[in-house]
Ligand binder design. Structure first.
Ligand code: F0G
Length: 461
């Protein structure tokens, strides 16, 4: 039998289950109202199918759980740290590892190490915490992603690519000395989990290095990106995910990584680099902000789970199943004519909220409103990725108005089955048929930083 034809079939079996609570629509109406129409403020036990995020919500393997029992909780020099260092080198190939409690901890270390106040930091679209740390370190973010990324319906297979002309223009206009580094996110979360091609990484690296600019990879979902290179880019079909990943990293000088995604772990992260001086600076910061350089805010057991998860996730068939789950949901919604970001990305399916609810203006937080309605309809939790997530310009105070206004149906790894995805699809299809009932929201509480996590809303009736 040719198992390649069945990528959806789980490459694992279920040993332990977590019961789910089924609630009524009336119950959920009250729950979302109390949560200020913000799905981040719901209680997890009131959620049926949780597609808020793929971050830390993944199911670990028996090997990872076994590793948890082997935690060496010494303050200094834990053996789990050395396992993690070896695994990171095997998968990513960077010389120096600086552990952190999660991705944003690593972002703080890299931003503080490499940015001088007033410097520019080009990147292929922003990620919320990444840009926040760059700005807190005095950097000015400049978006250099290709235009296709902002168009939900453009079918380019590598919509995460950097537009080299835009990058060149930033270098010419601002001067290479005024550029701290360029960040490349692989895949690009807010563009819909869209990958970057190897060709593009190679060219960006060449242009950056010719101008003495460092390249920092946001390696959070780099294994998923490697899978897309394998199946979408010429010349990579016969290479393993690990080989592709090592080549991707070879074009970069440093990385930040949230360990809560690709590695199936519930917590963890790291920064890595090849420059000894950068490693020394980051190690002097890690002890202040995260913990000693051999744990960086993680327990020994968490480092062990991450080391094992990293090596496990790097296998081709694991990644094929992972992406097949996203593709299954994407195909069902596409067949029903639901407006979704094309083509299918890595960690989830992104619904184009502006096209889904054409009567609700962006200023009334259309994606936020759709996420709340989906929860009320079926207990499915998604996340707004639009104007609320984009926040305000630090200088003018104006709201950023991103072209993409989406809800993200994010797929935790190894957690849900095909029948759960059928329910998600059916719920969205029903909601679409009732779209003329849609109402916008008014923001009644706005936190200063990363407002999407805690903002509260009321329904405009
Ligand atoms: N970079 C990317 C591309 C991310 O998606 C995330 C987290 C981070 C950095 C920060 O990592 O959460 O470990 O501190 N993304 C989560 C999400 C929160 O839901 O997409 P972290």
């Amino acid at each position: 039998m040719n198992f390649d034809k069945y990528p959806m079939a789980e490459p694992y079996k279920i040993k332990m289950v977590e019961p789910l609570k089924i609630t009524t629509q009336k119950y959920r109406e009250q729950a979302i109202k109390e949560a200020g129409y913000n799905t981040f403020l719901l209680r997890s036990e009131d959620v049926y199918i949780d597609l808020l995020t793929d971050s830390g919500t993944n199911a670990m393997s028996e090997d990872q759980w076994a590793g948890i029992m082997l935690g060496d909780e010494a303050y200094a020099g834990s053996k789990n740290y050395y396992h993690l260092e070896d695994a990171m080198y095997e998968c990513f190939g960077y010389k120096y590892l600086i552990p952190a409690h999660q991705g944003r901890g690593a972002e703080q270390l890299v931003s503080k190490t490499l940015i001088k106040p007033g410097q520019y930091v080009p990147g292929n679209m922003y990620f919320t915490t990444t840009r926040e740390h760059q700005e807190l370190a005095g950097g000015i973010f400049v978006d250099v992603i290709c235009d296709e990324a902002h168009d939900p319906y453009n079918e380019n297979p590598f919509k995460g690519n950097v537009d080299l002309n835009k990058f060149e223009k930033v270098i010419k206009e601002k001067g290479a000395k005024n550029i701290a580094y360029i960040t490349i996110g692989v895949t690009v979360n807010l563009a819909g989990g869209q990958p970057v091609s190897m060709e593009n990484l190679r060219q960006v690296s060449k242009m950056a290095h010719e101008n003495g600019i460092k390249v920092v990879l946001d390696a959070t979902r780099a294994m998923e990106n490697a899978y897309f290179i394998k199946v979408r880019e010429n010349g990579y079909a016969d290479k393993s995910i690990k080989q592709i990943l090592r080549e991707m990293c070879s074009y970069t000088d440093a990385a930040t990584c949230s360990g809560k995604k690709d590695f199936h772990t519930n917590i963890g992260g790291f920064a890595a680099c090849n420059d000894e001086q950068d490693a020394i600076t980051m190690r002097s910061l890690v002890v202040v902000y995260e913990g000693l350089q051999t744990y960086g805010g993680m327990a020994g057991r968490d480092m062990e789970a991450m080391a094992r998860g990293m090596l496990e996730a790097c296998q081709d068939h694991i990644m094929a199943h992972r992406i097949a789950q996203s593709q299954y949901l994407w195909d069902k919604l596409d067949a029903a004519g639901i407006p979704i970001i094309r083509p299918c990305g890595g960690h989830g399916v992104f619904v184009d909220a502006k096209a889904f609810y054409p009567t609700v203006p962006q200023e009334q937080y259309v994606a936020q409103s759709l996420a709340a309605d989906l929860y009320v309809h079926s207990g499915v939790r998604s996340m707004e990725r639009g104007i609320v997530s984009a926040g305000r310009d630090k200088v003018t105070g104006e709201e950023h108005k991103p072209k993409l206004e989406t809800i993200r149906l994010t797929i935790p790894r190894r957690v849900y089955t095909q029948s759960h995805f059928d329910i998600v699809a059916d719920s969205i299809i029903e909601l679409y048929s009732e779209r003329n009932k849609a109402r916008g929201l008014r923001m009644v509480y706005e936190p200063k930083a990363l407002r999407f996590f805690q903002a509260r809303f009321e329904k405009i009736l």
